[in-house]
Design a protein around this ligand. Structure first.
Ligand code: GLN
Length: 447
């Protein structure tokens, strides 16, 4: 399998560019894994995986697609990597992404963009575009992505694969390069629902090294997939079919919802009254947290160091000016602005208050419903450059994914159809806190 993955990468990755770095030891590790053999506690024996390049891998360069970390080789594994290795999985390499996971098209990578395997004129989505593309192009059997505001679900939707953002706290973030700590969550991106469930089982669970990881048992997601949706109560927020969501997407997603109904679920139209504030609230909070998290890249402890600095301050300024790309700088500036003492109450604190309202909207729905469904993104994949000159328009396209992160809920993208141009369209299935199981059951019923 690992040899087949490497062959496929050799044949296709010059065009797709899903990977930033390939592991040099994958084949050796596969041999060692085979020697140990399969057992139930090694459910991923010999399975080749791609890992988003913001997740630390011992001995394999980890860049977050930034010049700032161009030469950074970690000396330990993220907890989730340790878990995957213990289950027998083989890390094939590190996948391309938007720089520091800031973006929705993989165009902000320092290493150049990833292409959508369905049509290389189109973006694969982002920020986990490399993880989505490597699975979609048939290079690997699964990948890890991270989702702060849609970065697993939206690229999964754009490339026709299954992507799960688990409940905030379900998966350890130890060893994951922080973007916005109150929103970041890692999850699996796979060809099908069963693989996804199996991968989540492997990476989920409490970790003493991450105090935000929940002390809850991890259900056997993959063993309970075929329960069906009969009797499930499903909510469809009208706001998910509002202005900006194109007609093809609406029609394809509505057809999938109709199928859920045909399979025995009850479906009601509902409202999320504060959802319209999701994008501004998200961009204030995510950028503010990023401005704090990215302070550590100062050119001294680690990361890119500029030459010819004349003073300490000059070193900071030059290293950060040269090490970070445009989009990251934009977030750092707006984030710093919104937490400056004269602005914090109007921006960061206010965003926190509205975040609570968005969370309450969802909580109320989950008093009466098992799942909430709608589109993942307002359109299928778009062409390269289409959103490049208008960051606010690009941000606005996150309207259907960011509320889920703000609330901390789990959400999955399932491929349910194609646009006329032949590009995949995803259905978003959102569950109650730590109820990934029911999301998988509904997705499996539709698959
Ligand atoms: N598109 C969003 C952003 O640019 C989401 C990114 C993410 O989930 N990492 O911030």
């Amino acid at each position: 399998l690992v040899q087949a993955a490497l062959d496929r990468i050799n044949a296709t990755d010059e065009t797709i560019h899903a990977f930033i770095t390939l592991s040099e030891t994958a084949l050796e590790e596969a041999k060692a894994s085979d020697e140990k053999g399969y057992s139930t506690d090694r459910p991923l024996q010999g399975i080749p995986l791609g890992i988003k390049d913001n997740i630390l891998t011992d001995g394999i360069r980890t860049t977050a697609a930034s010049r700032m970390l161009e030469d950074f080789v970690p000396f330990f594994d993220a907890t989730i990597i340790e878990k995957l290795k213990a289950a027998g999985a083989i890390i094939i390499g590190k996948t391309n992404m938007d720089e520091f996971a800031m973006g929705a098209s993989s165009e902000t990578s320092y290493f150049g963009p990833t292409k959508n395997p369905w049509n290389t004129d189109y973006v694969p989505g982002g920020s986990s575009g490399g993880s989505a593309a490597t699975v979609s192009a048939g290079q690997v059997l699964g990948a890890l992505g991270s989702d702060t505001g849609g970065s697993i679900r939206q690229p999964a939707s754009f490339t026709g694969i299954v992507g799960m953002k688990p409940t905030y706290g379900r998966v350890s973030r130890w060893g994951v390069i922080a973007f916005a700590s109150s929103l970041d969550q890692v999850g699996p991106m796979t060809h099908n629902v069963e693989d996804n469930a199996l991968m989540l089982e492997t990476i989920a669970g409490h970790d003493d090294k991450d105090s935000t990881s929940a002390e809850l048992d991890v259900p056997a997601f993959a063993a309970n997939l075929d329960k069906g949706v009969k009797g499930m109560k499903i909510a469809v927020p009208e706001e998910y079919f509002g202005a900006g969501v194109d007609e093809e997407t609406q029609a394809t997603v509505k057809a999938a919802i109709k199928q859920l109904e045909d399979l025995g679920a009850t479906v009601d139209t509902v409202h999320l009254p504060h959802m319209k504030y999701g994008v501004p609230v998200y961009y204030i909070i995510a950028s503010a947290e990023a401005s704090s998290n990215l302070q550590r890249y100062d050119g001294i402890r680690y990361g890119y160091r500029a030459e010819d600095a004349e003073s300490l301050e000059d070193l900071y300024i030059k290293s950060r000016s040269e090490g970070f790309g445009m989009e990251v700088k934009r977030r750092l500036m707006t984030g710093t602005f919104s937490i400056a003492s004269e602005n914090i109450d109007d921006y960061f604190m206010q965003a926190g208050r509205v975040r609570s309202l968005i969370k309450e909207d969802f909580k109320k729905l989950f008093n009466d419903y098992d799942l909430v469904v709608g589109p993942v993104a307002p359109s299928p994949a778009y062409k390269f450059g289409e959103n490049a000159d208008d960051p606010v328009a690009a941000y606005q396209a996150d309207l259907l994914t960011v509320p889920v992160n703000l609330a901390g809920l789990p959400g999955l993208s399932l491929p349910v159809g194609f646009s006329e141009a032949g590009l995949p369209i995803g259905l978003q299935i959102i569950g109650n806190y730590f109820d990934e199981e029911r999301i998988y059951q509904a997705a499996y019923a539709l698959e």
